[in-house]
Design a protein around this ligand. Sequence first.
Ligand code: DSN
Length: 426
Amino acid sequence: MTDRMSLTLAQADPEVAAALDQETLRQHEGLEMIASENFVSEAVLEAAGSIFTNKYAEGYPGRRYYGGCEYADIVENLARDRARQIFGGEHINVQPHSGSQANASAFAAVLQPGDTILGLDLSHGGHLTHGHRLSFSGKLYRTTFYHVRRDTETIDYDEMEAVAIQEKPKVIIGGASAYSRLWDFARMRQIADKVGAVYIFDMAHIAGLVAGGVHPSPVPHAQITTTTTHKTLRGPRAGLIISTQDLATAIDKSVFPGQQGGPLVHIVAAKAVAFAEALRPEFRAYAAQIVSNAKVLGEGLQAAGFRLVSGGTDNHLLLVDVFEKGILGSDAELALGKAGITVNKNSIPWDTNPPLKPSGIRVGTPALTTRGMKEAEMRTIASWIAEALERRGDDAALARIRGEVAEMANQFPLYAWRRAPVAVTA
Ligand code: DSN
C-alpha cells in the first residue's frame, strides 16, 4: 500500500472532508422533514462504507462471473432472506441500485418498448418513473394516467378503471411520492386482472410502515412490488424488487444484465443490516410513532389554519396547501430552510401554479422519529412552521426560530461521533 492510500479523508482531500463536516453539522442541527429521507443506524453506515465497495460480483449468489465472491454471496443471501421475512413474497432481488432502477427493471421484465402503462400522474403525487415524459418510462413506453378525485383528493379508482378499459395497459402501477392516504390494493388488482395487465406497486415511501405492520402490504396483491430501501425502511440508498415466482427469472435477468452490471456489494451488505433492524420489535414501535407523529403534526398545522391535501394523513407525510394562505411552496421551502426546517416544495393536485413555484410543501416525519421525537415535539414544530411561514420575510424572526430548532435538535443526538452540542449557524 502506498503512503497516499493510508491517508485519512481530511489529509487526502480537505475540500471533500470540509463539505462532509458541514453536512454532518447540517444534519445534526436542523430538522430534517423531507418525507423521503431518514437517518441510517451506525451499523448500516458502517456496512455502506465498508471494503465491500472494492468487490465486483456480477451475477447472483452461487452463479457469479467473478472469483472471490464467497463473502458477497453471504451478504446477498442474508439480504434476500431477511427481505423475504419482512415482506413475504416469492422472489426477492436485492441488487437494484435505486428505486428508479428497480422500476426500470420491473417494467422491462414484463413490457416491450411501445407497450402501454397506466400510472398516477406526477402532478397528483405520482413518481417520475411511473410514466413521466422526461423519464425513461415516458420515453420507452406509451403512458396513460389516473388522478385523484377533485372532491376527496384521494385516488380515483373509477377513473383508473375507465382508463384501463379504454387504453388496455400492459402494466398498471400504483404508488406515489406525495400521497398521504392508504391505497386500495385489492381494487387495483381487480382492475388490472380485468384488462389483463400486470399489477406493479411501488411502495418506496411506505415500505418501512409496511415492514413495521402499521400499513397494509401490497405484496399479496401485486405481481411485482418495487421499493427503495432508504425512506421509511431506513436502510442505505438503494432499491429492491419482490415478485411472484413465475416472474423470478425475468426480474433477475432484467436487473442483471438488463439494467445493471455489478451489484454494489457494500450497499447490499448495508441492506442486510437494515433489514435485520426492521425485523426487530423496536422497528414496529418506530413505524407506529412515524404515523402518530405525522397525524399530530397535521393537526397542529390545521389548528394554525393550514389546509392539508385530502384533509389529513394515514402515513408518514403531509401535503400542505400553503397557497391557500397566499404563500408559494417555493417561498415556504426557502423560509423554512432559513428557520432550520428542511422540507420540499411540491405541486398539489389540480395545482394552478407551475412545478418550480407550486402551491404546496411536502412534510414528513420518518427522520425526526428516528431521532426520538414524539408528539410533544411535533406540536412545537407545527407552531414553528406556522410562525416561520407567517413571518417569512422577517430574517431576524427566522434566525431566532433556527436557534430554537438547533436547541431542540441537540436534545436528540444523531450519531455517537457527533454527540457534543453543535454550533448554531443562523
Ligand atoms: N425523490 C423521491 C422523493 O422524494 O419522494 C422519490 O424518488
